[in-house]
Write a protein that binds this ligand. Structure first.
Ligand SMILES: [Zn+2]
Length: 323
């Protein structure tokens, strides 16, 4: 049943973010079926409270404090300026991180160094567009390519009809996120940087207050300070559309909920078969909860991503890979 056909008053979904009651969430945002061998520490089943809210919406509403978020943002920017160093931007080449780069350079006038992790699934036109925008915004850009083809082929195996079959159904994006984090730590150590921005429109945590920051310890005993910048700046959909038009950004038209990487579209149907859920939905619900867009936009996006199709693997995808 498409999510959009569930009325907002339904007791089967959170009344606010439409997270399905009873769904198992891993890492607080992506849905998995109970059959998917959950790591019990990182998987929890969602129940609705008597007001029909999931625990995340409940905590968000209780702990959201606009003054707190403003102080976090200002404190981050002040400490960055005092450091005399550029900000390191985790630039995926998708529309959120590119919007972030525009805001940092064009609006906030902050020196930025951009880093892109190329997992081997970033289309050439995405990389070319990213290069053009970095150039236009006078931002040094470093790309590190480390193809994840072997990991992909271990998790996704084609059946006799050429449809991919997921072996575990766990989120491949988590592998990339871990790689990105490791590379960011290495670059910060190499270049003496301590402040990192991500393009995310989501909070970093919900307690004790809804936050846009997180801190990561480094192997040397230092700390990296990270910010989810679009969330911190409360950039709405209309503002982002203006930014993207200003950048002359072209949508690469990829499947799945992404604007930079082939993987989410290629695997969405396989993951739904394995887990029973459209895997992008949990993140869309988290973005909505974070104020990224309207309830109507939420329903439309959940509808658009609820029933993914199998896409053909690009014929030459793995041919560039030499181990
Ligand atoms: Zn909710």
């Amino acid at each position: 049943m498409p999510v959009s056909s569930a009325p907002a008053s339904s007791n089967t979904h959170c009344q606010r973010c439409l997270l399905p009651a009873g769904v198992f969430l891993r890492d607080d945002f992506y849905p998995v079926g109970p059959q998917v061998l959950p790591d019990s520490l990182r998987v929890k089943q969602i129940e609705l409270n008597p007001n029909g809210l999931c625990e995340y919406c409940n905590r968000y509403l209780q702990n959201y404090d606009v003054n707190w978020l403003e102080q976090e943002l200002l404190g981050f920017l002040r400490a960055l300026k005092a450091s005399g160093q550029p900000l390191l931007l985790a630039l995926s080449g998708g529309k959120d991180s590119l919007s972030c780069l525009f805001l940092l350079r064009h609006v906030l006038d902050i020196p930025v160094k951009a880093f892109t992790y190329d997992n081997g699934f970033l289309p050439t036109d995405v990389l070319e567009q990213t290069a053009r925008i970095c150039d236009a915004l006078k931002t040094p850009w470093e790309v590190l390519k480390n193809p994840l083809y072997e990991a992909f082929q271990a998790e996704y195996i084609p059946d006799s009809q050429g449809r991919l079959i997921a072996q575990t159904g766990l989120d491949f994006c988590q592998i990339c996120a871990g790689q990105v984090k490791n590379f960011l730590v290495q670059i910060c150590e190499r270049d003496g940087l301590r402040f990192v921005a991500f393009g995310n429109k989501t909070y970093t945590r919900l307690t004790p207050k809804v936050s846009c920051l997180k801190t990561l310890p480094t192997p040397q005993g230092g700390q990296l300070h990270m910010i989810h910048l679009l969330f911190a700046l409360r950039t709405n959909t209309a503002q982002q559309a203006e930014i993207l038009a200003e950048l002359n950004w072209k949508d690469p038209g990829l499947g799945g909920y992404t604007s930079n990487c082939l993987v989410p579209g290629l695997v969405a149907a396989a993951r739904k078969r394995q887990t029973g859920f459209a895997s992008d939905a949990g993140y869309i619900e988290m973005e909505y909860r974070s104020g990224a867009y309207s309830a109507d936009e939420l329903r439309q996006m959940l509808h658009d991503h609820s029933d993914p199709e199998d896409l053909p693997l690009p014929a030459d995808l793995f041919s560039q890979f030499s181990a």
